[in-house]
Design a protein around this ligand. Structure first.
Ligand SMILES: [Zn+2]
Length: 273
C-alpha cells in the first residue's frame, strides 16, 4: 500500500515502510528522490502510476543517502528500465560494495529494547532490511556544492549535508522546497516526538558532522521540509534547525506527549535558555 500526497503542483510525497520518497514531475517525466526499502518496490511503482506516469517515465533516481531504506526500489528501476541512479560519490562507493554506513536492524532492536523497537524491527525485516544487497554503477553527483540544478525533471539542486552518512545530500527544489533525506527528519518510529529533528543518533555515521550540517540547512532559503522520515514540515530552515538542535541538546526529553506543534517547540526551546 502506498500513500501519495501532493506537496506542490508537481511534487508528491510517498510513504512506504516508515520511510518517504518523493516524485518530481515535469510533463510526462519524473525524477524520484529515494526509493524506499527493497520490499517497498511495488509501492514505488504504484506511486509512479498514481501520478499518471509509467515506470519508464522515471528519468532518474536521486538518492539522499545510501541506506537500505532509501535505495531499495532503485535496483528494480535500474534492472528493468536502465534508470540511472545518482548519489554522492562516497555513498555510491558504499552502495556498490554493499558495506553501508548503517547499523543492522537486529543491533538496533537489541540496543533499544522494548515494544516500539521490536515492532519497527519486524516491520523493516518484512520490508527487506535483513538482506544486504549492493547497488553498483551509481552516477556520482558533482563534487562539493556546485549549486547547479541537475539536468533532470524537477531540477533538483544537490547540497552536501554529510553526517548521517558520508555522502548525505539534500536537494533544493524550485518553490522553496527542500528534500533533506535523513539529515533532518520530522518523525521516526524509534523517536518519541514529532517535529524537526536529527535522525536517531545511533543511525548517524558521524554525529558531529550531522550537527554541523544543520548549519548548512539553516542557511538555505526554503520553507518546506520534505524529510526522509515523517510528515512534511512548513517553516523557515532557521526555525527547523533551531528546533532540531534544541532537541539534540536534550530539549524535549521531559515532554511526555508524542506530538507537539511547531509553536510549542519554539516556546519551550526559548524558555530553556
Ligand atoms: Zn532513513
Amino acid at each position: 500500500m502506498v500513500v501519495v500526497s501532493r506537496v506542490a503542483p508537481d511534487v508528491f510525497r510517498c510513504s512506504g515502510t516508515h520511510v518517504n520518497w518523493y516524485l518530481l514531475r515535469e510533463g510526462r517525466h519524473l525524477t524520484l528522490i529515494d526509493a524506499g526499502w527493497s520490499g517497498d518496490t511495488a509501492a514505488v511503482v504504484a506511486s509512479v502510476v498514481a501520478v499518471g506516469c509509467d515506470p519508464r517515465d522515471v528519468r532518474a533516481i536521486v538518492i539522499t543517502h545510501a541506506h537500505a531504506d532509501h535505495l531499495g526500489g532503485a535496483r528494480h528501476f535500474r534492472r528493468e528500465y536502465g534508470t540511472p541512479v545518482h548519489m554522492a560519490a562516497a555513498d555510491a562507493e558504499h552502495a556498490a560494495n554493499g558495506e553501508l554506513e548503517q547499523p543492522r536492524p537486529l543491533d538496533v532492536v537489541r540496543r533499544l529494547g522494548g515494544r516500539r523497537a521490536l515492532r519497527w524491527g519486524l516491520d523493516v525485516a518484512r520490508a527487506g532490511a535483513l538482506r544486504r544487497r549492493s547497488l553498483p554503477g551509481a552516477v556520482p553527483l558533482p563534487d562539493g556544492d556546485s549549486w547547479e540544478p541537475l539536468d533532470l525533471p524537477g531540477a533538483p539542486v544537490p547540497v552536501a549535508t554529510p553526517g548521517h552518512t558520508s555522502g548525505s545530500t539534500s536537494y533544493m527544489l524550485p518553490g522553496g522546497l527542500l528534500a533533506t533525506g535523513d539529515a533532518l527528519i520530522t518523525a521516526h518510529p524509534l523517536a518519541r516526538l514529532t517535529g524537526p529533528q536529527l535522525s536517531p543518533a545511533f543511525f548517524a555515521h558521524d554525529p558531529a558532522a550531522a550537527d554541523a550540517s544543520l548549519d548548512v540547512l539553516a542557511g538555505l532559503d526554503a520553507g518546506v521540509v520534505l524529510p526522509g522520515h515523517g510528515p512534511v514540515w512548513r517553516g523557515s530552515m532557521g526555525e527547523a534547525t533551531r528546533i532540531a538542535r534544541w532537541r539534540a541538546d536534550g530539549g524535549g526529553a521531559s515532554l511526555r506527549h508524542g506530538t507537539r506543534r511547531a509553536g510549542s517547540w519554539q516556546r519551550s526551546g526559548s524558555s530553556k535558555g
